[in-house]
Design a protein around this ligand. Structure first.
Ligand code: ADP
Ligand code: ADP
Ligand code: ZN
Length: 217
């Protein structure tokens, strides 16, 4: 199963991708996570991306397409994958179509998670994650079960993303509306787009998405 999750920053793509990867037993390919790993490593791409990410811009299509082309050819992607945060521009979507054509594969579902702007800003300002294992949390909607300890690994160290500040969030929403929203008609014209109401609780959103797979099966 090959899936694309679309939606503005803070919609819940990462949260749902983490659940769907367990449900479908396929890897989650998050370009945001890949870029943050490159930044932490200090690689050439990481250094370039760091500046762009801090200001809420988009890393160039060339870099992103090369990153995904490399990743989807790894053996663990043979049975499928969940794309979280890619494609983000029409250029990336076209490049993905070409990659798929070469590999003789196709997208099964493109899922848009819809959330209003006020909720996005609130979700992003309350987002934090475990510094050790990366598990994602939210001060309001998804706190740790035990205060100060990660549910998954027990670590007491948490961090917030450098780009989750109010000034940067506005720039990221603007980028989404200008560069990424045009992907919705791009995919809906082909009949592969489904929209889910991302304002619902996390579990409800997950079951609406997994219901789509059952209907299609
Ligand atoms: P969110 O899901 O909160 O929008 P991500 O973790 O997906 O954030 O991405 C963080 C940042 O990484 C983006 O604001 C952008 O700068 C960069 N980025 C991630 N994926 C892409 C992509 N496909 N194309 C360009 N830039 C990207
Ligand atoms: P994205 O990857 O689209 O940027 P995340 O999955 O990181 O979004 O979610 C953003 C924040 O909102 C996280 O702190 C997450 O725990 C929280 N969140 C995700 N889905 C929901 C939901 N349905 N209701 C409330 N909060 C949510
Ligand atoms: Zn942890």
């Amino acid at each position: 199963m090959k899936i694309i999750l679309l939606g503005p920053p803070g919609a819940g793509k990462g949260t749902q991708a983490d659940r769907l990867k367990e449900y479908l037993s396929v890897p989650k390919l998050s370009t945001g996570d890949m870029l943050r790993a490159a930044v932490a490593e200090g690689s050439e791409i990481g250094q370039k991306a760091d500046k762009i990410m801090r200001t809420g811009g988009l890393v160039s299509d060339d870099i992103m397409v090369a990153m995904i082309a490399d990743r989807i050819q790894k053996p663990d992607c043979a049975k499928g994958f969940i794309l979280d945060g890619f494609p983000r521009t029409i250029g990336q979507a076209q490049a993905l179509d070409q990659m798929f054509e070469k590999l003789h594969i196709g997208i099964d579902h493109v899922i848009e998670i819809k959330v209003n702007d006020a909720a996005l800003v609130e979700r992003i300002s309350n987002r934090f994650s475990c510094s050790k294992c990366g598990a994602g949390y939210n001060h309001k909607s998804k706190p740790t079960k035990v205060k100060g300890a990660c549910d998954t690994c027990g670590s007491s160290e948490f961090s917030q993303r450098a780009d989750d500040r109010a000034e940067t969030v506005a720039a990221r929403l603007e980028q989404y509306n200008q560069q990424t929203a045009p992907l919705l008609p791009y995919y809906s014209k082909r009949g592969t787009l489904h929209s889910v109401d991302g304002m619902q609780p996390i579990d409800t959103v997950t079951s609406e998405i997994t219901d789509l797979f059952k209907v299609a099966a």
